[in-house]
Design a protein around this ligand. Structure first.
Ligand code: XMP
Length: 517
């Protein structure tokens, strides 16, 4: 990101580091997370207007604890240490850190010195979130305490002359009542930020950067899934280079109702690209005939998908760049201190065979790799993309195929596709589509007896699944209003063939998963 002010967040492995980054971005300041092992020269080269040292699980008193080059405090750039970052600052600059008599965890009332620029405009006392075993008992020379609690004389310390600040609590979590204010004060009062990180500024820069990377003649290929990330990436690249972008969309036949049509509409009219829609519906269905084991289904679909995509890539000539909708959490995770080497395969492109990858001699174009998911959605909105596409709920790669228990047939696909469309329509009509993180229908492989008119029926049981979650690692089932459930149920049994009974899935994850297969 050129021409915007930036904050560098040095990550010491805290679970909250990404949250700090999101809060800084919410304050309209661009920031980047780097591992603590990053050489100081690399940090300085980014020309940050401020540095934040994150929390972390280690103790500064351990011999092998993560350290920081002390010269960081001499860069002339403001520093804010948070939790471990505070203890590290104290320890590095000659203060004393000791094990506290008691671990402090949870909400703690703290008295703030509101004459400090870090706490300007705040109440003299408010609640903060603490989580620490060690604390500072003597500040380094030049520092004074600027916040206190009953058990801790140094809830925050400052050396205003050198513009070094540190807080023992976590301003980034919402339990800290005025946490966002503390971060904003650091950014605006101490670092002199102007708040130049806006999505429209991002779009202008991203478009210029794509043009620069690709050059006046360069051609790009992107795998389009219809999901938010690849769609927004495609829209940005379309804006930059128009039809020099080829998007390949594989229709495996397990898409939701109208999804393929919507992709066609958007990427031929609104964001014109060279769009290749591979109609592989028959090919996939044939491949899956007679298959009912969940893992086999997934493997067959994944394999066939890469094969289709690679086939198209091979056909394209003169395309040197491969584009991907990688987003920032993936980037942070893959280089994180926790050493997680998991790099997600983005829309299966990661799984491309080596000879296909080798085709793309120009390298990767990843226009949204510095954005969080909510920022990606904002960019989509700012670009004027359709609401359905921007606010699309997560949808698994194997699609509806894993929402049909047992063997997949065209009839069953129609049942699950139509019922899913009704559920989506009614949830949106009830104004709940942004509150419920994921919702869909599942066609069970069980038939029950029912009665319709004067006729006895023997049809399928269909389940409704709706969940709320922050991260999809754990989920709760959504408390959908009874009236909404009643309406959805009545509409589905009346309008969708082969269903005579509807049940609601009331299981959390764990022990269940979101998807049924
Ligand atoms: P589970 O069922 O594992 O789902 O609790 C968690 C989230 O991941 C999505 N999901 C997938 N996404 N490819 C994907 O891109 C897949 O194979 C896949 N399987 C599950 C699921 O929809 C939910 O949002």
């Amino acid at each position: 990101m050129h021409n915007v002010q930036r904050i560098v967040i040095v990550d010491f492995g805290a679970q909250y580091t990404q949250l700090i980054a999101r809060r800084v971005r919410e304050a309209k300041v661009f920031c980047e997370v780097v591992p603590y092992s990053t050489p100081l020269s690399d940090i300085a080269a980014k020309e940050p207007v401020g540095v934040i040292l994150s929390g972390g699980p280690a103790s500064v008193l351990d011999a092998d604890a993560p350290r920081i080059d002390p010269a960081i405090y001499e860069l002339g750039v403001p520093v804010l240490g948070i939790c471990y970052g505070m203890q590290l600052t104290a320890h590095t600059l000659g203060g004393v850190v000791e094990r506290a008599a008691q671990r402090e965890y949870g909400r703690v009332p703290v008295d703030f010195d509101t004459t400090s620029p870090l706490f300007t405009g705040m109440k003299p006392q408010s609640i903060v979130w603490m989580s620490h075993t060690y604390h500072v008992t003597r500040a380094p020379e030049g520092f004074t305490s600027i916040a206190r609690s009953e058990n801790c004389g140094f809830c925050a310390m400052a050396n205003p002359e050198k513009r070094i600040y540190a807080v023992q609590f976590h301003p980034e979590v919402t339990h800290s009542e005025e946490g966002q204010k503390v971060l904003a004060n650091f950014l605006y009062n101490v670092c002199g930020c102007v708040g130049d990180w806006t999505m429209s500024a991002f779009i202008d820069q991203a478009v210029a950067a794509i043009r620069e990377q690709v050059g006046p003649e360069g051609r790009v290929m992107l795998g389009l899934s219809g999901g938010v990330d690849s769609s927004v990436a495609a829209a940005l690249i379309s804006r930059a280079i128009g039809e020099r972008l080829t998007c390949v969309y594989v229709d495996h036949g397990f898409m939701r109702k109208n999804e393929t049509e919507s992709v066609r509409e958007v990427f031929t009219k609104q964001f014109p690209v060279n769009l290749v829609i591979v109609d592989a519906r028959k090919r996939f269905l044939d491949k899956l005939t007679g298959v009912s084991d969940p893992e086999t289904k997934r493997k067959l679909i994944g394999g066939e998908f890469v094969y289709c995509f690679a086939d198209e890539a091979k056909k394209l000539t003169g395309v040197e760049f491969l584009a991907q909708g990688t987003i920032y959490p993936d980037v942070i995770e893959s280089g994180s201190v926790k050493g997680s080497a998991v790099i997600k395969s983005h829309h299966n492109v990661g799984g491309l065979p080596a000879d296909v990858k080798a085709k793309f001699t120009g390298g990767l174009v990843e226009p949204i790799r510095m954005l969080f998911k909510d920022e990606v959605r904002k960019v989509g909105e700012e670009l004027g993309m359709p609401r359905d596409m921007v606010w699309r709920q997560p949808f698994p790669g194997p699609g509806l195929a894993i929402r049909i228990m047992g063997e997949i047939t065209e009839d069953k696909l129609e049942t699950v596709r139509e019922s899913d469309a009704i559920l989506r329509e009614e949830v949106a009509a009830a104004g709940l589509d942004r509150d419920i993180n994921q919702y869909f229908t599942v066609l069970t492989n069980t038939r029950t007896v029912g009665v319709m008119g004067d006729e006895r029926t023997h049809d399928f049981v269909l389940a409704i699944r709706a969940v709320t979650t922050d991260d999809f690692m754990t989920v709760d089932w959504a408390r959908l209003p009874y009236d909404l459930l009643a309406k959805v149920s009545a509409r589905i049994v009346n309008e969708v063939p082969r269903v005579n009974r509807i049940v609601y899935d009331i299981t959390t994850k764990p022990p269940a998963t979101v998807e049924w297969e």
